[in-house]
Design a protein. Structure first.
Ligand SMILES: [Zn+2]
Length: 279
């Protein structure tokens, strides 16, 4: 399989980009992509799928990244040279003239965590996400995130886009979820009626909080998605206790990612979300 693999049905229709191995140690995706290629071999449908293996060196080394997180490396300003920065340039150059309608970015996590979808701000992203077999759907108002991820870079030209965090790298359950996602993407393109996942928890980003304070400490061991009550103190640092006037859902990056962030920038980050109502 080439780093860019094109499944071209040579009929008019949308082009889908499926990105995997943005992080080189997220090894489960090879099986899901093989499944996609086998499944579409005998299909006659009017569209084109492009799969992109993003971080090739990271993948060879089975590391999240070589020098720098590729999913932060798509910035247009100069952020210095690294393997991932040059790789981001290669990807941008390759796709410069290629129209992409839909983009799906596949991820897994180092430690056990609930699968989640991060969808771009277009309403069509949320609409498709509500048909995906994943419980947590997060509307990722991507412009509010400081870093330039691959999906943020592609977003202006997309009809919809989403990133999937499907659980732990080495877990069989992650593969099963990955294959279900691939099935749903294929059905979507074939124009099949997809059932809504009515019990999904849909939330939207409202705040991202950063602190570089070394005295930062959470007031209790939060997990992945947790409700923080109105006025509850959720962290303290050398300056003050932090709390919100309203109840929020906090999303804590899993431990490894938090350690990564700490190494890179000495900055801790927490995300706060509100439930999306009536959708
Ligand atoms: Zn990842």
């Amino acid at each position: 399989m080439q780093w860019v693999h094109i499944i071209d049905f040579k009929k008019p229709g949308p082009t889908t980009l499926i990105v995997w191995w943005v992080h080189g140690n997220e090894i489960v995706w090879e099986k899901a992509i093989e499944y996609l290629i086998t499944k579409t071999e005998t299909m006659v449908v009017g569209w084109k799928i492009i799969t992109l293996q993003a971080n090739l060196e990271g993948k060879k080394m089975n590391k999240r990244y070589v020098d720098h997180d590729l999913n932060r490396a798509f910035a247009s300003e100069d952020i210095g040279w690294s393997y991932e920065v040059s790789r981001a340039h290669e990807i941008k150059d390759f796709f410069k003239e290629i129209p992409i309608d839909y983009a799906f970015d596949l991820h897994s996590t180092p430690s056990k965590s609930d699968p989640m979808i991060l969808c771009t701000s277009q309403p069509s992203s949320l609409a498709l996400a509500s048909k995906m077999p994943i419980y947590h759907v997060v509307q990722w108002l991507i412009d509010r995130v400081e870093w330039m991820s691959l999906l943020k870079y592609f977003q202006p030209r997309l009809k919809l886009g989403m990133a999937f965090e499907c659980g732990c790298h080495e877990d069989d359950v992650t593969i099963t979820i990955g294959k279900k996602i691939i099935d749903t993407i294929i059905d979507f393109h074939q124009g099949k009626e997809l059932p809504s996942q009515n019990d999904q928890m849909k939330i939207a980003i409202t705040d991202i909080v950063y602190t570089a304070d070394p005295n930062f400490v959470y007031t209790k061991p939060y997990k992945w998605f947790e409700m923080i009550e109105k006025w509850e103190v959720w962290w303290v640092d050398s300056m003050w206790e932090h709390r919100f006037e309203v109840s929020k859902i906090i999303v804590i990056p899993n431990t490894m990612i938090a350690q990564d962030l700490e190494k890179q920038s000495k900055t801790w980050v927490a995300y706060f979300w509100d439930a999306i109502k009536n959708k």
